[in-house]
Design a binder for this molecule. Structure first.
Ligand code: NAI
Length: 695
C-alpha cells in the first residue's frame, strides 16, 4: 500500500505512505489519484486531507525512479497535481517534517495548506542542475511573492514552515505539539462549504518593480552560478510567473526542465548525488552488520593531519585525546587547533559556547596509557614505515580489546602495518585529506584481514564526522593518490616537453579544477612528493618521471611554507607569481635532456592530465581496489577538486566516449615517455564493447 484512505466524519484522509520520505513514485501517485477520485464520488465526504505517513509529508520524486520510465508513466506528478487542483471538493495538504520538491509542488496544487512548525520546505531541484518541473516556479511566487520564492528556488535551501507562517503558502501553521491529522481534519470541516475553491494558480504575482528586480537577480545569479546553467534558468522560470499567463508559464518551466535534464551539468550532478549514496554500500558488508560503539577517540601525532582529525571528532561531539612524543610538539599542535577554532569564532561561524565545548573535548597527552580506553585511535605520525610499525606495536600492547586501530597513511601498506599487531582484524586505514576538519573525503582502506564490523563501524563513523566515506583496497597510494601520481607524472613531462607551470595550471583550471597541479603542490608542500619519490626510486626504479620536481626541492623550494616553490610568494600572501628562476631551470633541464621544447596546446594538457587519471582509475577498477567507477568519481570530486560539473574522471570519460579516450591514450603512448600510457585492459575492453565505466 502506498497511500492509505479513510473517512473521518465527512473528511477523507489520504496518507501518502512510501518510506523513507513518502517519495512520489508511481504506486504512490496512483493511490493518491484513486483516493481523491474515490472521495469525490463519495457523497458523505465533504473535504479531503492529504498528508504523509511517519514523520514527513513528502520528500518529492522517488529517487529510485529517477531515469526510469516509471517517472513518465501515468499518473505523472503533473496529473496528480491537476487532479488535486481540479477536485470538486476542497483538498487540504497537512504538512509536517519534510515538504520538498515534488512534495511542495503537490501541496501548492491543493486548495489549502496547513502545517506543523519545524517542517522543512524547499524546492531543491537546482542542486541537481534542474528547475522544479511540476509547477513549483509558477505557483510558489504566487504565494510567497517574487523575492522570497526566487531566493528559495535559486538556492534550493530549506526554510522552516514557522518562518513562512503568515504568508499565503500556509493557511495555518499550528502551535508546536498539535496533533497534525485531527487538526487538519477540523480545519477541513471548517472550510468544507467555502466556494469558489481557492487555487494558487488563480492568484497573481505582484511586485512594484519586477523588471528591475529581475534584471538585478539575473546579474547576481549569473555571477554566482559558475558553470551551471540551472540557477539562471530558475530566474527565467520565476520571471515567467510574472510575465506570462499561468498555463504558458507552466509550459515554459516544463521546457526548461526537459532541456536541463539533458545538460551535461545536470547529468554530472545527478551522477554525484547517486555516487554518494552508492559509496556507502559494500556488497559483502550488509547494512545490518553489527557495529562497535565509538564514544571516545584518540589521535597519535599532533601535526598537520592529527590536529585536523582531532577537530573532526570534536566537531562531531566525540571526546578525543591526542598523543605526541614531545611536550613542545603537543603544545604547538593544541595551540594550532585553538587558533583554528578562534578564527572560526571571529568569523561568527562558531558560538562562544560551541568554541568552549569543542576545545573542552580535546585533550593532549604524552602517555599511551591515557589513550588505552579509546574506542578508536587514528595514527597520524610521519609517513615512515618504521615509525608507523613502532606506533602500532605500542597500540597493540595498550589499547583495550575491541578498539579500532586506524592509520592515516597516504601511501603505505596497511596490511604490513596490521601485521605487526596481534589483531589485524581491528586495523583499518582512515585516509583523511588536508585540512582534515574541512575536506569531505575519507578514504577507508580495507586491509586483507579488516573485520566486517570494523569496516561497517568506520563507514558509520564517516557519516557522523560528516565525511563521504569511500572504500579502497590496499595498494600504493590507494585510489586517490595512486591516480594522482599518474596525473603529476604527466604534469612533469609537460614541463620537460615545452610547458611552464602557469600554463599547465591555467589550462586545467579553465577545465574546471579548483587548482592546477603546481599551485596544489606548492600548497601541500613539494617535499611530501619528494620523500615518496625517493622511496619509489628504490621500490620501483624503472618508473620514469620528470626530474624537475627533484631539482626544485634540492633548492629548498618546498612551496608556500618556505615562501618559494614552483612559484614565488610575497611573505604573508598566498598568491603565486611565476618564477623566472624556476622557468629558466625548467628550460635548461629540457636542454640537458636534449629535448627541443615545443608549443603545447591547452587541449593536450587537459587530455594528458585527465586521461592519466582515467587510465589509472580503470586499472584500479579492474584490480578491485575500487568497488565501482562512481566511487572513484566521489574520491576525485570530494578530495581532489575535480570539477563537479564534469561528474568525476570516470563519468567524464564516459561522456567523452571511451573509444575516443582510448585513441588519445594510444596516440600519447607513441610519444615521449610513452611507457606511462599503457592502456588499462578494462578501458580497452569497454571501449570495444561500446560500454562506459558507469553503465
Ligand atoms: P606532520 O609531520 O605534520 O605531523 C606528524 C606528527 O607526528 C608530528 O607532530 C610528530 O611529532 C608526531 N609523531 C611522530 N612520531 C610519533 C610517535 N612515535 N608518537 C607520537 N607522535 C609522533 O605530518 P602530517 O602531514 O600530519 O602527516 C601525518 C600522516 O598523515 C602521514 O602518514 C601522512 O602521509 C598522512 N597524510 C598527510 C596529508 C597531508 O596533506 N599532510 C594528507 C593525508 C595523509
Amino acid at each position: 500500500m502506498s497511500a492509505e484512505y479513510l473517512v473521518d466524519g465527512g473528511v477523507a484522509v489520504i496518507t501518502l505512505n512510501n518510506p523513507p520520505v513518502n517519495g512520489l513514485g508511481l504506486a504512490t501517485r496512483t493511490a493518491a489519484v484513486e483516493g481523491i477520485r474515490k472521495a469525490e464520488l463519495d457523497d458523505t465526504v465533504k473535504a479531503i486531507v492529504l498528508t504523509g505517513a511517519g514523520k514527513v509529508f513528502s520528500g518529492g520524486a522517488d529517487i529510485r525512479e529517477f531515469n526510469s520510465p516509471k517517472a513518465l508513466t501515468e499518473p505523472t506528478l503533473h496529473t496528480l497535481i491537476r487532479v488535486a487542483e481540479n477536485s470538486t471538493k476542497p483538498v487540504v495538504a497537512a504538512i509536517h517534517g519534510v515538504c520538498m520538491g515534488g512534495g511542495l509542488e503537490l501541496a501548492l496544487g491543493c486548495n489549502y495548506r496547513v502545517a506543523l512548525p519545524g517542517a522543512q520546505v524547499a524546492l531543491p531541484e537546482v542542486k541537481l542542475g534542474l528547475v522544479p518541473g511540476a509547477g513549483g516556479t509558477q505557483r510558489l511566487p504566487r504565494v510567497l511573492g517574487l523575492e522570497r520564492s526566487l531566493e528559495m528556488i535559486v538556492s534550493g535551501t530549506p526554510v522552516l514552515s514557522d518562518k513562512l507562517a503568515g504568508t499565503a503558502l500556509f493557511d495555518e501553521v499550528f502551535p508546536a505539539g498539535t496533533e497534525l491529522v485531527p487538526a487538519a481534519v477540523a480545519f477541513a470541516r471548517r472550510i468544507a462549504d467555502v466556494r469558489p475553491l481557492p487555487k494558487v494558480r488563480d492568484r497573481s504575482v505582484d511586485h512594484p518593480d519586477f523588471e528591475a528586480f529581475l534584471r538585478r537577480s539575473r546579474e547576481s545569479v549569473k555571477a554566482m552560478a559558475g558553470p551551471f546553467p540551472a540557477p539562471l534558468a530558475c530566474v527565467e522560470c520565476v520571471a515567467a510567473s510574472v510575465t506570462m499567463p499561468f498555463e504558458d508559464g507552466l509550459k515554459f518551466e516544463r521546457e526548461r526542465f526537459l532541456q536541463l535534464a539533458q545538460s551535461p551539468e545536470s547529468k554530472a550532478l545527478r551522477h554525484a548525488f547517486f555516487a554518494e549514496r552508492a559509496a556507502s554500500k559494500i556488497p559483502d558488508v550488509p547494512a545490518d552488520t553489527p557495529t562497535r560503539q565509538i564514544t571516545r577517540a584518540a589521535v597519535v601525532g599532533a601535526g598537520t593531519m592529527g590536529g585536523g582529525i582531532a577537530m573532526s571528532f570534536a566537531n562531531a561531539g566525540i571526546p578525543v585525546t591526542i598523543l605526541e612524543m614531545e611536550q613542545d610538539r603537543l603544545d604547538k599542535g593544541l595551540a594550532t587547533i585553538r587558533k583554528n577554532y578562534e578564527s572560526t569564532l571571529k568569523k561568527g561561524k562558531l558560538t562562544p559556547e560551541k568554541f568552549d565545548q569543542r576545545m573542552g573535548l580535546i585533550t593532549g597527552t604524552l602517555s599511551y596509557k591515557d589513550i588505552a580506553q579509546a574506542d578508536i585511535v587514528v595514527e597520524a605520525v610521519f609517513e615512515d614505515m618504521g615509525v608507523k610499525e613502532s606506533v602500532f606495536r605500542h597500540l597493540d600492547s595498550v589499547m583495550k580489546p575491541g578498539a579500532i586501530l586506524a592509520t592515516n597513511t597516504s601511501t603505505l601498506d596497511v596490511n604490513r602495518i596490521a601485521g605487526v599487531t596481534s589483531r589485524p582484524q581491528d586495523v583499518i586505514g582512515t585516509h583523511f585529506f588536508s585540512p582534515a576538519n574541512v575536506m569531505k573525503l575519507l578514504e577507508i582502506v580495507r586491509g586483507a584481514q579488516t573485520g566486517k564490523d570494523v569496516l561497517a563501524t568506520t563507514m558509520a563513523l564517516s557519516k557522523k564526522l560528516k565525511k563521504t566515506g569511500v572504500v579502497s583496497g590496499v595498494c600504493d597510494g590507494f585510489i586517490g593518490n595512486r591516480m594522482l601520481e599518474q596525473y603529476l607524472r604527466q604534469a612533469g613531462f609537460l614541463l620537460d616537453e615545452g610547458a611552464l607551470p602557469e600554463q599547465v595550471d591555467q589550462a586545467i583550471e579553465k577545465f574546471g579544477f579548483a587548482m592546477g597541479p603546481y599551485r596544489m603542490s606548492d600548497m601541500a608542500g613539494n617535499d611530501v612528493g619528494w620523500y615518496v619519490r625517493k622511496r619509489r626510486a628504490i621500490e620501483a626504479p624503472d618508473v620514469t618521471y620528470s626530474k624537475t620536481a627533484d631539482l626544485l626541492c634540492e633548492q629548498g623550494r618546498f612551496g608556500q611554507k618556505t615562501g618559494a616553490g614552483w612559484y614565488d610568494y610575497v611573505p604573508g600572501d598566498r598568491t603565486p607569481h611565476p618564477s623566472q628562476m624556476v622557468n629558466d631551470m625548467i628550460v635548461n633541464h629540457s636542454k640537458e635532456l636534449g629535448i627541443e621544447r615545443r608549443a603545447i596546446s591547452d587541449q593536450e594538457i587537459v587530455e594528458r592530465l585527465v586521461y592519466a587519471l582515467v587510465n589509472e582509475g580503470a586499472k584500479i577498477l579492474e584490480e578491485g581496489i575500487a568497488l565501482r567507477a562512481s566511487d572513484i568519481d566521489m574520491v576525485y570530486l570530494t578530495g581532489y577538486g575535480f570539477p563537479l560539473q564534469r561528474g568525476g574522471p570516470m563519468f567524464y570519460a564516459d561522456w567523452v566516449g571511451l573509444p575516443r579516450v582510448l585513441a588519445s591514450i594510444e596516440k600519447y603512448a607513441e610519444g615521449r615517455n610513452g611507457d606511462a600510457w599503457k592502456p588499462a585492459q578494462l578501458l580497452a575492453r569497454l571501449a570495444a564493447e561500446g560500454k562506459g565505466f558507469n553503465s
